[in-house]
Design a binder for this molecule. Structure first.
Ligand code: ACO
Length: 371
């Protein structure tokens, strides 16, 4: 009998990311996530994931320059986005626009590592622009030219709001991007690797990944968490809300994980950020409600929260629209997807598993008039 959901099946060798579900450790290319979240920047992590080591100052400066120079979208993609229905979900827009980008990519027909690194740079820079611009377009706001200065987090917040973001918001988002950058063979990364293993192009692999991330059991969970927090509304409602949810056998979004059997190390940072932002912005109640939920879910179900749980209140306090939460996950995870696509290409074999056949045998065809 096949294990449902390929649980614990090792499907690939990889040097990019190690998730130790027993000890609650997450390692990118040898570096502990706690170390990276405290000391590095998202751009450094991007370099690390793609190259297997941290950059020198010159390498870092070159990557940052390349990323900054590739923030603009091809005019045709922007024009098409303006014609999308204003009701389109940001993840639908992202999936469609990311797919369009390949037609305008200077390396469209190339599939060597150098060309794929250039594609990865462009996609990493253009995805935040798609997400921010869609919010401008659907709300009838002008689309600001991307900044020529500042890191990816600062530029994204600027493009989203049209205003220079404060330092705390930039650093909070930067840390969130570091924490979400990679996570071994999660569903969207596996989708990207399966696509890449056919030797299709990087854009196709990324589009497959975006589609997988969108689901509420994966990246879509952070949006469901904030909807729950808003529905609860006040700390005193948390306990009865959960009691009812348990009675109705509902899944509590932002809890449980296929690999972690202890605390998700990313949650530690996001919990801390949620509390700090709450105090600074005078909105501590979202942290307090989250904490109450976390305690009750652990007490009664022995489930730990995952990365999506506290990221919800963090993004909410950064004034990010709720349906952009999952696209922000994509902005970050783009770096990990690209790392895995590059790794897949570097030692490729078609990924083609088998299914255990459970259907009927030896049926005789009958013509339509006899059925
Ligand atoms: N709330 C309530 N019960 C839960 C939850 C939850 N969030 N998660 C798991 N359980 C229970 C299940 O009901 C099941 O109980 P049972 O054995 O009595 O039927 C048991 O724990 C095992 O759960 P599965 O869903 O089989 O675990 P699986 O490994 O397949 O799924 C998943 C992991 C999808 C993350 C699951 O925990 C879940 O649906 N969580 C909510 C959605 C979520 O937060 N997704 C984000 C994951 S992290 C990420 O993608 C970035």
């Amino acid at each position: 009998m096949v294990k449902a959901g390929l649980e614990d099946v090792v499907a690939s060798d990889s040097s990019i990311c190690n998730v130790d579900g027993k000890e609650g450790r997450l390692i990118y290319q040898g570096y502990d996530i706690h170390d990276l979240a405290q000391h590095s920047s998202f751009e450094e992590v991007v370099y690390l994931l793609w190259n297997g080591r941290l950059p020198t100052q010159t390498e870092f400066d070159t990557l940052c320059k390349d990323l900054k120079e590739n923030r603009a979208l091809p005019a045709a993609v922007l024009k098409m986005m303006r014609d999308f229905p204003k009701t389109a979900q940001p993840m639908e827009v992202l999936r469609t626009a990311a797919s369009m980008l390949s037609m305008y990519d200077a390396d469209d027909l190339e599939n060597d590592r150098a060309a794929n690194l250039r594609k990865a740079v462009r996609l990493t820079s253009q995805i935040p622009t798609i997400v921010a611009y869609w919010d401008c377009i659907r709300n009838g706001r002008p689309t600001p030219e991307p900044l020529t200065q500042g890191n990816l987090a600062a530029n994204f917040l600027y493009m989203l709001t049209g205003k220079k973001p404060d330092e705390l918001s930039v650093r909070s988002l930067d840390i969130a991007l570091i924490l979400h950058a990679d996570h071994e063979l999660n569903a969207s990364t596996f989708a990207a690797r399966v696509a890449a293993a056919t030797l299709t192009d990087m854009h196709s692999a990324i589009v497959a990944a975006i589609g997988a991330l969108k689901g509420p059991l994966h990246g879509g969970a952070n949006q469901e968490v904030i909807k729950m927090l808003l529905e609860i509304g006040e700390l005193s409602n948390a306990e009865p809300y959960l009691t009812r949810a348990f009675e109705e056998h509902k899944k509590i979004m932002g809890f449980g994980h296929r690999v972690y059997k202890t605390e998700d190390p990313r949650a530690w940072h996001l919990r801390k950020m949620s509390e700090e932002l709450g105090r600074l912005k005078g909105q501590l109640k979202w942290f307090e409600i989250s904490r109450a939920i976390e305690e009750k879910v652990f007490r009664e179900k022995h489930l730990y929260c995952n990365v999506d749980f506290y990221s919800a209140s963090v993004y909410y306090m950064l004034d990010i629209p709720i349906d952009l939460f999952t696209p922000i996950f994509a902005i970050s995870r783009m770096s990990g997807w690209a790392a895995h696509v590059l790794e897949q290409y570097s030692n490729n074999r078609l990924i083609r598993p088998r299914a255990e056949y459970t259907g009927p045998n030896n049926l005789q065809y009958q013509s339509l008039d006899k059925r």
